[in-house]
Design a protein around this ligand. Structure first.
Ligand SMILES: Nc1nc2c(ncn2[C@@H]2O[C@H](COP(=O)(O)OP(=O)(O)OP(=O)(O)O)[C@@H](O)[C@H]2O)c(=O)[nH]1
Ligand SMILES: [Mg+2]
Length: 426
């Protein structure tokens, strides 16, 4: 409407100057034209200086806006300066005529998440006996990972040589989490550790592949089961030296496909000074080798995020202690390791950095870990795979793509299994 008015005014200028009286116009139009002419004259007079024109335009716009507002056509919104297209704006609560209830969406989301629950998949990698199972149990305060060195013979599990995933549903205050722990006992235990990361890389990629396959079905499941590794906790032995070649090789490779959180295991075996020096040296090694560990600077969403994540980055790798025993300290039960010289309290920040790790993995960054997995790592995999498939099946009929869960359209050329069929077009 505002544009139309301006257009009329602009178009009327020559007409009113040169063709006045020559043109036959209808009575109603005469009135309009006269009004327009008046406006034009007024405007011409006012257009003497640029400043006054700008002011006028603003006034005009305001008037038109008021008109529109009164007509109930459009809500007047101050355009958001960051939006270059100028179509969006922000209406704050105090600008509304009354309570709308938008914030209740949070409750709706909360209720939905509580009903559906969520999945979190954590992988632990490190040499045998570094305390992987103990730490996972300490993190989730339950026996989610079986220890290989349990005193009870019945529970004793011999050292596993291949990846093992165990799932549990943990419920706290009505929120259900399906936690899957992927254990990698025996990583780096061999004399020749060449390519020992390969089964782990394959596992991570296989989960992406699975997810992609499910996504490509025309009739897909309402919720695609998520087995993708959201976080890989890498256990560094508390040697007090520097990163070993196997650590560098592993983190270099895995850091490209999954979020890695390195930690110093069994930190109670280092003095405070040794711990600080070791941490410092590891950070230098990580930088020097271009190893990308979580949280990565480029994925910080805003300055607030950056401040929080910078603190984490300055402190990485966390020097942690794990236990599954509770002890009495000053009348309180605490998780700790009892030694001849006293109790090392796992959740005491003066003793170790277990709480920093727990905060990162569960309390502050769990959702971000899932988001980074989906938006960065999985997305990179997806794009690569679909590009590959474009190259390999370019020109083949779309009927190669999966139609429904478990079924595929056929191109009538072969009778291969589901897997090889789907792989052929991925
Ligand atoms: N000193 C010390 N000992 C620990 C710590 N965490 C675990 N342990 C002990 O180390 C031993 C091995 O712990 P596990 O949790 O079974 O180690 P793991 O890495 O799961 O071993 P595998 O399953 O064989 O790969 C057990 O006796 C634990 O009690 C720790 O933080 N400090
Ligand atoms: Mg274990």
């Amino acid at each position: 409407m505002r544009e139309d008015t301006t257009k009329v005014l602009e178009q009327e200028i020559p007409a009113s100057m040169e063709e006045r009286g020559m043109e036959e116009v209808k009575p109603s139009a005469v009135e309009d034209k006269a009004a327009a002419e008046e406006a034009v004259e007024e405007r011409v007079a006012q257009e003497k200086t640029e400043d006054s024109t700008a002011q006028n335009k603003e006034t005009e716009e305001r008037e038109v806006d008021v008109e529109r507002e009164m007509e109930g056509e459009v809500e007047v919104v101050t355009p958001c300066p960051t939006e270059s297209h100028g179509l969006q704006g922000t209406i704050k609560g105090h600008d509304l005529f009354g309570y709308v209830g938008i914030e209740a969406v949070l409750d709706q989301m909360r209720r939905k998440t509580m009903k559906a629950g969520f999945e979190f998949n954590i992988m632990v990698v490190g040499q045998s006996g570094l305390g992987k199972s103990t730490l996972v149990n300490t993190l989730f305060k339950s026996k989610v990972s079986r220890k290989s060195c349990s005193p009870n013979y019945e529970e004793k599990i011999s050292k596993t040589v291949k990846l093992q995933s165990v799932s549990h549903v943990i419920e706290e205050k009505g929120v259900k989490m399906k936690l899957t722990v992927i254990d990698t006992p025996g990583f780096g235990d061999q004399i020749n550790n060449e390519n020992c990361w390969e089964p782990i890389v394959s596992y991570v990629n296989e989960q992406y592949e699975r997810y992609l396959k499910e996504e490509l079905y025309v009739n897909r499941k309402p919720r695609i089961p998520d087995t993708r590794v959201h976080c890989c906790v890498y256990f560094l032995p508390a040697t007090g030296h520097w990163l070993r070649p196997i650590d560098v090789e592993f983190m270099k490779r895995l850091g490209k496909i999954v979020s890695i959180v390195p930690i110093i295991a069994k930190a109670d075996t280092l003095t405070m000074e040794e711990r600080q020096e070791f941490k410092q040296r590891i950070r230098q090694d990580l930088n020097a080798n271009g190893i990308r560990v979580y949280p990565q600077t480029e994925y910080d969403e805003d300055p607030e995020d950056r401040i929080l994540n910078d603190k984490i980055r300055e402190n990485i790798p966390f020097a942690v202690v794990g236990t599954d025993k509770e002890h009495q300290v000053n009348g309180n039960k605490v998780l700790g390791r009892k030694t001849k010289w006293g109790i090392i309290e796992v959740e005491n920040v003066a003793h170790c950095e277990f709480t920093n790790l727990r905060d990162l993995l569960i309390r502050s960054h769990l959702q971000d870990l899932k988001d980074v997995t989906h938006n960065i790592h999985y997305e990179t995999f997806r794009v690569r795979r679909l590009n590959e498939s474009n190259l390999t099946v370019h020109g083949l009929a779309l009927s190669c793509f999966p139609m429904e869960n478990g079924t595929h359209g056929t191109n009538g050329t072969n009778g291969t299994s589901d897997r090889s069929e789907s792989e052929s077009h991925l």
